[in-house]
Every structure is written in C-alpha cells, then in structure tokens.
Design a protein around this ligand. Sequence first.
Ligand SMILES: [Ca+2]
Ligand SMILES: [Ca+2]
Length: 338
Amino acid sequence: MKLYCISLILLVAVGYAFGVNIALNADTQQSSTLRGIYTSDRAVDGDTGKMFFHDTCTHTNCHDKDPHWTVCLGNMTSISSVTIHNPDYARGRLRNIRIDVFQTNPSQPGAVAMPCGSVTSTPVTDGTEMTFTCPSNTVGRYIRISKTTMEKSQRGWHQHHQYMCDALLLCEVEVTGKPSITCPTGFMMNRGSCYHFSTVGVNSWFEARDACQAMGADLVVINDQMENNFIEMQLAGLPGNMDYFAGLHKLNDGVTWMWIDPNAMMGVSVGGNNNGMAFSDWRGNQGLNPNQRCMRLQFVNMQMGYSWFNVDCTPGMRTQYICEISPTYPMQPRQKCF
Ligand SMILES: [Ca+2]
Ligand SMILES: [Ca+2]
C-alpha cells in the first residue's frame, strides 16, 4: 500500500516535470468529419502513428470553409506546450495553422483566444511532429487548432502538386501542462495552493473538516517544510495566538498518522517526533499519545511560534481551522466541456 502510494506520487511528479500528455483521451470536437470516419477523438487516442491510411488520424470535410479541431482539458490548466503529429500523407496541409488556448468554449460567444503557436504558409514536413511552446502564463481549458487561410486553388488537384482538399489533418495532439487554480474569495494564494484561516472556532476536528468542505476545500495538508513555514508565519500574524486544526489524523491503530489526502501519506513520520526521514513538526513528544488522534497547530511561545500537537478530536474547547485547495487535492469536480 505504502509502496503503491509512493510510486503514485512519483508518477504525478514525474508527469508534470517531464511532460506527460494531458490531452490523452480528453473530450474533443472538430468542425466536420470526413466520411464520418476520421473522428476528432483519433487525435487524442494515444496513437502517434503517422501513416494516414492505417493509423489514427483526424480529417475534416473537404467542403469545410473553417476547419478546426478542439480539445477540452476539463479543468483550468497552465499549458506549456502542444505537439502536433502530422500524417505522412498530409500533402503539405499542415500549414496556415494556428493554435489558441481558451478559458471558455471557443464555439460560444465571448471566448477569448490566447495564441500558443502557429504554422505559416511553409508546410510542416509530412510524417513529422512539431512542438509549440506556449507563452508562459498560458492558462485555459480548451485548445483549438484551426486553419487560418484555405488553399485558394481547391480545384487544382494536379496543379502545383496541391491536393484539392485543404482540410485539417491531425494524427495526434499532445499537450503538456499542469493544473492551475484561482483562489475563491476568503482564500489566499501561496505556491499554487489556496488557504483559508478561519475566524470562528468549532467544537471538533470533524466540524472543522465539514466547514472546509462546505467551501469546496478541505483541511490543510502540509506537504513540506516550506508549506509549514508559510502557515506558521501566517498564524503568527493572526491575533489571539489561537489553535488551528489541520488535515492530519491518526488511524485506529493509535500509531499511524495520515493526511486526509491519500497521496500525501508519506509526508508524516509514523510514531511522532521529528526523528524520521519524513517531514513533520511535532513539538517535543507530541504525536505519540495513542488516544489523541487529531493534530492541531498550537502557539508555543514568542520564540518558537507554532508547532504540531496531538489533541482529542473533540478537544473540549473551540478550535480554529485552516482550509486548503491545492491543484491536486481536494479533487476538483471536472467541469462540463461542450
Ligand atoms: Ca492518433
Ligand atoms: Ca498542501
């Protein structure tokens, strides 16, 4: 179980770092489909084969005056690059192409295009792929690839070696990027996560969690030392030296501490204290009491600031709480695409 979770974290981390294709099997649409065969989903089926007649490529209708293809990534994404795999039989049609990113459905009024890249009238060599790096801060949910100008001599099949059907053909479109979020009202952003520090106390850790979830968040998961430093710095600036619940609790074995985010479980040393490899910030012998199964950040003194304490989940006095929305937790509901 533990190994599985560790490999999952590594996969996610490696994915974002080394460019896993986030468009794979995403929702797609195109302006038209030649003979109903060369469907839009073929460009995100994971098959980058470029043999047009044997592999999995898209093709719009020859009569289409405005050929375009759109992929929806579900949630708001910070997009790094777009790679287009061009068929071997493209006949130079991968030209006069633009790639735009949209935050809303590009087919609906009011959609604003953020340019990511373009191909001029010089065609991309048949059977090759081309990667376009989007400008930094390109954030959106939709990517549209469209032809900017159509070949005028649509009648001249034999003239100038041009194919009469100037359609949009894509064997595969790969996208790299990472989830992006904007913070709701009452939350502050730090390193790509959103935080809310409560202004009212609750009676139990469970009530605190409910309160966070009611805001579309969850109790804070402190993934590393930098995040811990940020939180303790914020708490030091808040009045009253109050105590704050976080999303760390102990399993029924009375020993194992778990973050509420299953992907973060390796972040806590088992059995309390700071003597493990993993990250924790227990004060003294805190974390060891088998009966106190919830963690809260408590003010120690002016010099120490805040530390982690184990407490009863219903501690008998009202406690504040910290909520977080991170790009990976809680899972954001996938928004409707088309
Ligand atoms: Ca394909
Ligand atoms: Ca976190």
